[in-house]
Design a binder for this molecule. Structure first.
Ligand SMILES: [Zn+2]
Length: 534
């Protein structure tokens, strides 16, 4: 923050007294542009349109050369003034930034210094991290570049920029800050890259993706991880119940088998995996195959895959890791049959494998694997599946401004339905308030995991072999198992989650559950009753 303030001051000084002629600098002026290019290469010298020469070293040979160049182009050299390296760097960046073609130009600079655009980018990311933002959306259109932040699942407008600044930030991010030195931002094609940034002494990892749009383009930056293991939270802190944590701990201690974690995109699976890694003892060798490496865990070997290349896929790196004397293998994501086969092979050959998969429930993991082409016989092998986890995230009420459900603005038709469903517990339910300073007027104070965890036992394997997921769920319920819907309703009862937010996640909460079948007549009766009431 302080660094930025001092740069702002420098900027003001530049515009103000010392360099009053800066505004005169027209980069379209060709002879000056050539000299500006030469200055860019030097990095320690700047010439203003008035001829004034700014340099870190007034007696250097560069100053003499510069004067000669000016005279040869019919410009009278002005005074030579001493300036700090920081000011010169800033000025050089601004000269380049004044041109609309900044996207195509790679500004050559000394390695140690960063441009104002790079500083702006860091400031933006820093703001996002401070506000607990998961994604930064930059939407560049002809009239405006809109910056929107996603917080706890919802987007809100953070700032509106001139389109040029949006374009500059996008090119700076792709061309200057990504892992691949060869990356070049092109707003006309979808691109993606991984971006490590060092901000305020902390390592921050972001995933960049761009997409052309009518009249411009979008860039989305997902904040993957800040810092190292110190920031990895426990499963309890994420929202897992003590009983669920017990089951996962038991799974991690198994000598071999597979622990599979599922959930939609953006449901915090990576965070949960990192928390699971913390449960593993240091005497074990862990390989994680990731796309890209999101959270840095120092005690494990993290391998980044490149899904564009066959020889660097999850499957090929997974196979390679099996030859590296591992105890644990984490396959970032199971997208295809190849990766799923590696998972099975690793489990059968005596390793404990972790992987993630996209499904809508924990039992759904089986259906999905069968869809991918894995046989039910293999899946029901006692050496393969150990534990299945499914998780989603639900907004948690702000601890300061939440209100009693009776004061909330939910429609009466909902309130009546919940009153019947929750019975006596209804009075204890809390709802989103108007918002306060703590929650930045959102009424939401973070997100919490609602999960279902299945320990795969002998009877479970029989259901898997028969691919009878409905029968399996019935059996699990008899044994006291709770699915993520039950868990979400519990959190509503505890006054931690607004019932409206819960319904957005699990669907209608009412006494009429789907088991009885959808009742059209009841809907008609309820609507009629409300029409009469109002
Ligand atoms: Zn609040």
């Amino acid at each position: 923050m302080n660094e930025t303030n001092s740069n702002d001051r420098l900027n003001n000084v530049m515009k103000g007294q010392v360099l009053s002629s800066q505004a005169d600098l027209d980069p379209r002026d060709k002879p000056l542009l050539e000299i500006a290019d030469w200055c860019q290469q030097r990095g320690t010298i700047v010439v203003l349109k008035s001829g004034i020469i700014l340099t870190t070293d007034p007696v250097s040979r560069d100053v003499q050369n510069c004067k000669t160049m000016l005279i040869n182009r019919g410009i009278r050299p002005g005074r030579v003034m001493v300036a700090t390296q920081q000011l010169i760097t800033l000025m050089l960046a601004n000269v380049a930034g004044d041109e609309d073609t900044a996207e195509q130009e790679v500004i050559e600079q000394a390695e140690s210094s960063i441009s104002t655009q790079q500083q702006r980018l860091r400031l933006l990311v820093q703001e996002a991290i401070n506000a607990d933002i998961s994604d930064i959306h930059i939407e560049v259109r002809p009239e405006v570049a809109r910056i929107r932040f996603r917080k706890y699942g919802e987007l809100y407008l953070h700032a509106e920029w001139f389109p040029r600044l949006g374009r500059e930030m996008a090119s700076v991010a792709f061309n200057k800050e990504t892992d691949h030195a060869t990356a070049h931002f092109n707003p006309l094609i979808p691109q993606d890259a991984s971006m490590p940034l060092r901000i305020a002494g902390q390592e921050v990892r972001l995933r960049l993706a761009s997409m052309p749009a009518h009249g411009g383009f979008d860039v989305v930056m997902r904040i993957l991880g800040v810092g190292d293991q110190a920031n990895i939270v426990t499963l309890e802190q994420l929202g897992y119940t003590p009983e669920q944590v017990y089951i996962i701990q038991r799974a991690v201690q198994m000598p071999h088998g597979a622990v599979l974690l599922s959930g939609p995109t953006g449901s915090g699976k990576t965070t949960t995996l990192a928390s699971c890694m913390r449960l593993i003892r240091d005497t074990r060798k862990v390989y994680t195959i990731e796309d890209p490496v999101e959270k840095v865990v120092p005690t494990v070997t993290q391998v980044p895959v490149n899904t564009d290349k066959d020889d660097r896929s999850f499957a090929s790196f997974g196979k390679a890791a099996l030859r590296m004397d591992p105890d644990y293998i984490v396959l970032g994501e199971m997208r295809d049959e190849d990766t799923a086969n590696v998972m099975i092979r690793a489990a059968i050959t005596g390793h404990l494998v972790f992987s993630t998969i996209h499904t809508n429930s924990a039992p759904g993991i089986i259906t999905r694997l069968v869809d991918m082409g894995i046989s039910q016989t293999l899946l029901s092998d006692s050496n393969v599946l150990v534990c299945l986890i499914f998780q989603r995230l639900v907004p948690k009420l702000c601890s300061v401004c939440n209100i009693p459900i009776h004061d909330s603005k939910h429609a009466p038709v909902y309130m009546d339905r919940w009153k019947i469903f929750f019975g006596e517990a209804f009075d204890k339910i809390r709802a989103r308030g108007a918002g306060c300073q703590k929650c930045q007027r959102t009424g939401v104070g973070g997100r919490v995991v609602v999960a279902e965890v299945i320990w795969v036992d002998e009877p479970g394997r029989r259901f898997i072999r028969a691919c009878d997921m409905i029968g399996w769920e019935g059996y699990l319920r008899q044994k006291g198992w709770k699915n993520y819907r039950d868990r979400t309703i519990e959190m509503v009862k505890e006054g931690l989650v607004d019932p409206g937010d819960a319904e957005a996640l699990v669907g209608e909460i009412s006494v009429y559950s789907s088991e009885e079948g959808f009742d059209y007549g009841r809907i008609r009766e309820e609507m009629a009753a409300h029409a009469k009431g109002s």
